[in-house]
Design a protein around this ligand. Structure first.
Ligand code: G3P
Ligand code: MG
Length: 239
């Protein structure tokens, strides 16, 4: 498969509530081929789509995701904080998101997003769930430990290490994580760092790019894809 160039970040979170099935549906309708979302463990070990370790910013709930059972998470409203038009949009499980990606033909970058102290367990569980998925996948994480654990469960799923600025020892960090690609912040990317990564043969993808001119500059540097909250800025044939 040719990887997508334009990846809807948190399912495309400027247009719909982030990390929701509504986001996946709109991304597909806009012509996106690729989506990214964050997977974290509920208290009972069920992986769900959420970015923050706490519920307050994006949902009607309170407290920590890691302290809340998935049955309680399923009752929350993950839409109204974005806009009342999305009232009662559910906080999805990873399984539901993967099933919808398969139905919509979306490539999915599942970001393993562990609550503090749950790096290995989150990598293991998320990888196990992706092993059963029928959509095309890539796993990524800021946690090398989570990626290594994921590799032991789903060695055939490609993996990328997430970083903010590309560190001087990026080669060691990528090797230590077992990843084959690097995902970095666009804001902190320098041409020299991009060149070093690309000339070593590692694909580079950048987050979060919400202006076309910034994406064009990155593509000119050899970046192969951007994560964006604004997939509506592109037309389907460009994605
Ligand atoms: O995977 C790219 C991007 O999502 C990483 O940052 O904080 O939005 O998960 P964050
Ligand atoms: Mg993410």
């Amino acid at each position: 498969m040719i990887y997508p160039r334009i990846i809807a970040h948190r399912c495309g979170g400027a247009l719909t509530p982030e990390n929701t099935l509504a986001g996946l549906r709109l991304a597909a309708r806009l012509g996106c081929r690729g989506v990214e979302f964050d997977a974290m463990l509920a208290a009972d070990g069920v992986p769900v789509l959420i970015h923050d370790e706490t519920l307050e910013r994006t949902t009607s709930g309170r407290g920590r995701v890691a302290d809340t059972d998935s049955a309680r998470l399923a009752e929350l409203d993950a839409g109204t904080r974005h806009h009342v038009a999305f009232a009662m949009e559910p906080l999805p499980t990873l399984d539901a998101a993967l099933q919808l990606c398969a139905a919509l033909g979306l490539w999915a970058n599942v970001e393993i997003k562990p609550s503090a102290g749950q790096e290995a367990e989150t990598g293991r569980v998320v990888a196990r769930h992706t092993a059963a998925a029928t959509c095309t996948l890539l796993l990524s994480s800021f946690s090398a430990e989570a990626l290594r654990t994921a590799a032991s469960e789903a060695s055939n799923v490609p993996r990328a290490l997430l970083v903010e600025a590309i560190p001087a020892d990026w080669r060691e960090q990528v090797a230590g994580s077992g990843a084959l690609a690097l995902h970095s912040s666009a804001r902190k990317l320098t041409a020299d760092a991009a060149h070093a990564v690309l000339s070593a043969g590692f694909p580079l993808r950048c987050y979060t790019v919400n202006r076309r001119e910034d994406a064009d500059r990155l593509f000119a540097m050899g970046v192969s894809a951007v994560f964006t909250d604004r997939p509506d800025l592109w037309i389907p044939s460009e994605m």
